[in-house]
Structure formats: C-alpha cells, structure tokens
Design a protein around this ligand. Sequence first.
Ligand code: TA6
Length: 302
Amino acid sequence: MSQSIEDITAILSATPELTVSEPEPGFPVIDVQTPVSSATIALHGAQVLTWAPTDHPPVLYVSPKARMTPGTALRGGIPICWPWFGNHPEDPSKPSHGFARTRFWELVSGELVGKVATIVFKLLPDEETKALFPYDFELTATIRIADKLRVKLNMKNTGEEVYKVSSALHTYLSLGDIERIQLEGVKGSHYVDQLSDDKEPIYQEKNLQIRGEVDRIYQSMSSVLIRDLDRFRSVFVDKAGSRSTVVWNPWKERSKEINDLPDKAYREFVCVECANAGTDKPTLHPNGSHTLETVIGLRPLT
Ligand code: TA6
C-alpha cells in the first residue's frame, strides 16, 4: 500500500515543479519538471519511468504494454533489482530480481534547487520481505534529475547478521533502431554469457553491435557509451559501486514470449545495467552499507 495522495502532495508542497498523479488508481507517480529536463518516478519500486532533457526524445524505454499493477514488475525505466539479481540463488520460487522493484517505497523528500530536482525514497523490511529475505536492511534511493539522471541506491545492514547481496539498476535505454547502435565501453573486458551453460568468462574483443539475443554480465567497472546513429546522439551510462555491467536485449523470439513487451519492441531498447551481479556480490556487515550508482546523460554523436 502506498502513501496517500494527500501525504505525497504535502511532502512535495514546497516545490510546485514536483506534482503527483495516479495514471492507475493506487499507483502514484511523481511528475518532475526542471528547467532543463522532465521525469516521472513511481513510488512503486522507487522506479524512474521516464527521463529526457527538454526538447529531446525519451532516454529511457517503457513498454507500451507495461503494467502499473502493485506487486508486478513494470517493464521499463530503471527497475531496482535487490537483494538478488536474476533468479534467487537457492530458491527459484522466489521473485526474479528480488522484491525491491515490486513494493511501494516511502517518499521521504522532494526538492528543486536551481536546475536539479532531488527525490528521496526509503524501503524498510516487513513480514513479507522477511519471508523472502530474513534480514534487516534500510534502502535509500536518491534520484537527481537535471541535464543528467543520477540514481543512487544505498543499502544498509541494520541487523546483527552478515549477509551478501546482488543488485542492479536495470536501466532500459530507448533507441532509434537496435541495428543502428554501437555499444562502447565493454571492449577488452570479459563477460559471462547468461544464455549459455558454459559460465567460463569470454573476452570481448570489439565494441558491441547487437544482432541477436544478448544477456551478458560483463566484469567491468567502465562507463558505457551507446552511439545511436538513428537518433544522431550518444547516451552515456556512468557508474560507481559496481564491478559488473549487464547488457540485455531479448531479440525477436524472446520478445514474443514476454507478454508485457510488444513483439517488435526489441528494436527499440537495450538494457545497460550497473550491477553487483555474478561474482560481484558485496558483503554487508552489521551497520555496514554499500552504494550502487548510475549516471545517465546525452552527448553529441562524434
Ligand atoms: O538483466 C537481464 C535479465 O536478467 C534477463 O535475463 C531477463 O530476464 C531480464 O533481466 C528481464 O527480467 P524480468 O524479470 O524483468 O522479466
């Protein structure tokens, strides 16, 4: 259950550029207008849904068939995958990518200072999360919207037991045409192919062009640059607190199998996810914390 529209409105009341709407009943979304960009953020999952600098096409992709249904992952924007990435390591019956993206987060604050809007959300454990993940935690998502988009996830162990987590800021980037992009930043790194039973790391010799299904965990701390020839722009994905970058495109057959994705949608997005995935699994000690961050923006196509 989310905070009420009245409570959300009260928190945002000092900043007329931040308003709340309900595109679906019971699914509040914060609308953000800064002098240089606009965004929408759902309280469900503290999920950035849209972001674009003024007068630019969207930078993030949201499926036209995305569901705004509490408890269901929304296909697009930047889902927060935590406390595990992908299938649960021991129990496949647990939700894919953890539970952070399918719960309502508490809106803590929202403000606009100059050209930068900052919205903060918090997620605390309850009996449902304890049934899935028997530990105490405090998650804080800080989202800064300006001529760049910055999403910072701080994960704190507020309990007495040590535990490991895997996570991802599962960013869906909007493209003009998947076959007219080049993905730079992974060349020279190794990746584990999630589509293969062989988990031996593979060397990435060149910049990545996508001509089929790709689902790879790159062992890399580098930024990624997507050169989008169709939209005549580049999109950069910088990161911190991450030793793994996930690149995913479902391509034709997998797109047909995903019911909240149009069949041809694979041509319009690629996921570039700043992650702690694969062997990159931070350990959280009591009172310890880890921060995973992504910064996304546009550059001219050079
Ligand atoms: O990040 C890549 C991935 O793990 C893929 O294997 C695919 O499952 C994708 O995430 C989407 O997962 P979702 O649970 O959102 O359908």
